[in-house]
Write a protein that binds this ligand. Structure first.
Ligand SMILES: [Zn+2]
Length: 127
């Protein structure tokens, strides 16, 4: 099937904190938690939207999760044209954080995954 596509150019850069990047390189996923009210943020935030304070601590996110939904990407964005079709899923971790991950294996909604990283992105390996 041929689908017409308009090339897109992304002109902004997401600045993740160094702590987050370093954790991903170690194979870990981290979030921030407000020391004042306990609200947890993923992606990590510097300020708490709940109470307005900016005293955050880093917490490790569980590496066990469940696939909430997924999508097989066959029309790739700019920079990913040479990738084979890949699967992006929304995973809810055991501690209740929803995050986006590249899914490896045969996904199903409600299926369990083990979260890891490949140095640059979060991977959900179907277990
Ligand atoms: Zn707070």
């Amino acid at each position: 099937m041929q689908v017409d596509a308009i090339p897109l150019s992304i002109k902004y850069k997401i600045n993740y904190p160094d702590e987050f990047i370093e954790a991903v390189k170690r194979g870990e996923i981290v979030a921030t938690r407000c020391k004042n009210c306990g609200s947890v943020y993923f992606p990590p935030q510097k300020d708490c939207y709940n109470c307005g304070k900016n005293e955050m601590e880093w917490i490790k996110v569980s590496n066990e999760g469940e696939i909430m939904t997924y999508s097989i990407v066959s029309q790739k964005p700019q920079g990913f044209e040479n990738y084979k079709d890949y699967i992006i899923g929304i995973v809810r971790t055991k501690d209740g954080i929803n995050l986006m991950a590249w899914i490896k294996g045969q996904p199903k909604v409600g299926g369990k995954v083990r979260l890891t990283t490949d140095d640059t992105r979060i991977i959900g390996e179907v277990v």
